[in-house]
Design a protein around this ligand. Structure first.
Ligand code: HEC
Ligand code: HEC
Ligand code: HEC
Ligand code: HEC
Ligand code: HEC
Ligand code: HEC
Ligand code: HEC
Ligand code: HEC
Ligand code: HEC
Length: 424
């Protein structure tokens, strides 16, 4: 046998051993694999079972289902006559059976030092868990979100709760109007989320910093967040916006009235990229939905933010324009990029500062932006003036050169003529 054939064989043996062969002999697996293979592919329930985390860590069928895994070739002894045999696990029994290990810190610590053991407790506090206790089988149970006979670690991209897969896992039910018809809740969450700034970042650009459903609802305690906690939930990522808003006087007003903090202006599932027009009183400011078209403090504040941001933007684009011209003319202006970047950063901070609803904070924030753009504008103008001066001197200089060339030319001609006359 050639070397390459040997190594190929070893590769195949290793691959088969790691994916398809159980480590120890197990009556449940032996018999059920055979039963499974007699089924059509679509009806085989154990296709992925050897990749299941439980089998991978050495657990097996009997650890979830009970029974005697050493009773080879005897169905009755293995299952039906064995008092520990549970059989198929009903949806209602799942939390208890999965929890027999997952809620036991001592047991779980043998496998992983960092594993959490609060899933079942959390689950019972969720709307899913409460409804299940009340006898409603349509809610999500452990296997709806994690699968069965092919349960993967949550960090494995094949897991239904891997961040990129969460929205479609929840959508199986929450996007199905017929399935959800007996419940009195909307079924537009996935649709709205899919086109939101968060959904596009997560699902189109695979940006794992963007929230999936569970980042706002929790992994196991899924409840609609009540209005008091929305700023905290959004604030796990948008720290500054949340802190400014929660310190503002508007937060107390919103809480008293039961408005959903961030949600009142940005929505929850359909959050869009905001623009400065959110503050444009003449053109659909978000404030108008509550303040109507009235004048007074809210309008004044919105106008002040809008016009301040607008004029800083104007200054920045003037600076960019002048710097572009200077660069095109070959002037060295690299030191102006520092103030330009600074003013762009301040522009972003100024947009965030709206969440304070405080004009003093606005003015304090924006000040450094105007100073920095000024520096860039002055610097670029100076470079352009310098270029014009250089060009003037270049013109005068080239006039002088031309004059000198003409003079030399006539001198040579004159010399030539005299030389020729002398030779005659
Ligand atoms: C000798 C073959 C054999 C062995 C060994 C065996 N089973 Fe079964 N098992 C069966 C058959 C046959 C059925 C019935 C299938 C059906 O009804 O479609 C069954 C049914 C089941 C069911 C579904 C029960 C229900 O109520 O619908 C579970 C769960 C199960 N077995 C688990 C196990 C476990 C765990 C072991 C090992 C402790 C095991 N089996 C050992 C043959 C076997
Ligand atoms: C981590 C726990 C777990 C392990 C390990 C496990 N099962 Fe199951 N099994 C379940 C749950 C939960 C259900 C119920 C699934 C459902 O309702 O969708 C189930 C259902 C079943 C059923 C009946 C389902 C049907 O579609 O008819 C059989 C048969 C079965 N398991 C056999 C096995 C065998 C054989 C093994 C070992 C190779 C095994 N199970 C390993 C949790 C487990
Ligand atoms: C509504 C969907 C859903 C249900 C129902 C659900 N889980 Fe989870 N589970 C998740 C999500 C989402 C994660 C976290 C994924 C991540 O960390 O990225 C998770 C994580 C886990 C983890 C990994 C450790 C951890 O806590 O982060 C375990 C173990 C787990 N779930 C077990 C269970 C058990 C047991 C049940 C049933 C009582 C259950 N889950 C019910 C969605 C669910
Ligand atoms: C016999 C004990 C036992 C039972 C019963 C059990 N599990 Fe597990 N489960 C474990 C162990 C051990 C691990 C591996 C933990 C590790 O290595 O992090 C695990 C891992 C997991 C993971 C991956 C966790 C991670 O770190 O990403 C999920 C999800 C999970 N189990 C869900 C379930 C579900 C759902 C059920 C019920 C259908 C269930 N388990 C029943 C013991 C059990
Ligand atoms: C198997 C179907 C199913 C899956 C999968 C599912 N849910 Fe649910 N969910 C339901 C049902 C049914 C309700 C009950 C509605 C009620 O009682 O008003 C519910 C309720 C909720 C509620 C409470 C809504 C309210 O106002 O009462 C939230 C929040 C929720 N689910 C979030 C999620 C998230 C997040 C996921 C994914 C990680 C998810 N669900 C996966 C079926 C599902
Ligand atoms: C950016 C945070 C965020 C994300 C991401 C998110 N939600 Fe929500 N969700 C909320 C908030 C906030 C509410 C509370 C609405 C209220 O009470 O006014 C809510 C409410 C709900 C409700 C209750 C019914 C309703 O529409 O008001 C369900 C069900 C729900 N979300 C499911 C989902 C599902 C499924 C996903 C993923 C496709 C998801 N959510 C993604 C923040 C989020
Ligand atoms: C898990 C972190 C996380 C949570 C929770 C979260 N966001 Fe975001 N959010 C992001 C990320 C990351 C982006 C940037 C997405 C991108 O790359 O386009 C973003 C973008 C945004 C934007 C657009 C910003 C811009 O300048 O384009 C708004 C508005 C927003 N989120 C509001 C909210 C609101 C309101 C909530 C709560 C209901 C919330 N976010 C919850 C991470 C989060
Ligand atoms: C009263 C209305 C209102 C509320 C409440 C509100 N915002 Fe905003 N938000 C705005 C406006 C207006 C803008 C646009 C500013 C601009 O672009 O000029 C904005 C912009 C943003 C941006 C993009 C700019 C940036 O700072 O990166 C994010 C992210 C954001 N908001 C998050 C939040 C979060 C998180 C909350 C809750 C803590 C919240 N907002 C509450 C009105 C609001
Ligand atoms: C969800 C409804 C809602 C939205 C959206 C909203 N506000 Fe208000 N705001 C209120 C309520 C209610 C009050 C207290 C009653 C009042 O003065 O009208 C208030 C009060 C104010 C006050 C204090 C008024 C005073 O006389 O001292 C200012 C300033 C203000 N809002 C500015 C804004 C700006 C700017 C926006 C848009 C970026 C905005 N609000 C968006 C509901 C809202």
């Amino acid at each position: 046998m050639k070397f390459s054939n040997v190594s190929l064989l070893i590769l195949i043996i290793v691959a088969v051993a790691s994916s398809n062969t159980p480590l120890t002999k197990d009556a449940c697996i032996d018999c059920h694999r055979q039963l499974d293979e007699e089924q059509d592919v679509g009806e085989q329930i154990l296709k992925n079972v050897f990749q299941d985390i439980h089998l991978q860590v050495g657990l097996s069928c009997a650890d979830c289902h009970g029974g005697n895994p050493e009773a080879y070739d005897d169905e009755d002894e293995a299952m039906w006559d064995n008092p520990t045999f549970i059989g198929a696990i009903s949806r209602r029994d799942q939390p208890e059976i999965c929890g027999s290990c997952h809620s036991d810190p001592q047991f779980m610590r043998q496998y992983s030092a960092s594993v959490q053991t609060d899933q079942v407790d959390q689950y019972w506090t969720s709307q899913h868990g409460k409804d299940l206790l009340n006898g409603n089988d349509k809610v999500a149970t452990c296997t709806n979100c994690h699968g069965v006979h092919g349960i993967y670690p949550v960090k494995d991209p094949r897991s239904p709760v891997y961040p990129l897969n969460v929205p479609s896992t929840c959508a199986q039910c929450h996007n199905d109007a017929e399935y959800m018809s007996e419940f009195n809740i909307p079924t537009d969450q996935y649709y709205l989320y899919r086109t939101s700034v968060h959904g596009k970042a997560l699902l189109d650009r695979q940006s794992l910093t963007a929230p999936a459903c569970n980042d706002c609802h929790g992994n196991h305690g899924a409840l609609p967040p009540d209005v008091v906690h929305i700023a905290d939930i959004c604030g796990t990522c948008h720290v500054n916006n949340s802190q400014l808003f929660q310190k503002s006087h508007l937060n107390n007003i919103f809480l008293k009235k039961g408005f959903g903090q961030c949600e009142a202006c940005h929505g929850n599932h359909g959050v869009k990229k905001p623009s400065d027009e959110y503050l444009n009183w003449e053109h659909g400011a978000v404030c108008l939905q509550c303040h109507g078209n009235t004048t007074g403090n809210p309008k004044e504040l919105a106008d002040l933010f809008y016009h301040t941001i607008d004029s800083l933007k104007g200054q920045i684009s003037l600076a960019e324009d002048l710097m572009g011209q200077a660069e095109q003319k070959g002037m060295e202006i690299s030191d102006l990029y520092f103030p330009l970047e600074k003013s762009q950063k301040v522009l972003i901070q100024t947009r965030t500062s709206i969440h304070s609803f405080n004009k003093d904070l606005l003015l304090e924030t924006v000040k450094d932006g105007f100073i920095a753009t000024d520096e860039a504008i002055q610097g670029a103008s100076l470079a352009l003036t310098e270029f014009d001066q250089r060009r003037k001197w270049l013109f005068i200089f080239s006039l002088i050169i031309t004059y000198l060339i003409v003079v030399v030319y006539f001198k040579i001609k004159d010399f030539d003529r005299r030389h020729r006359n002398k030779n005659k």
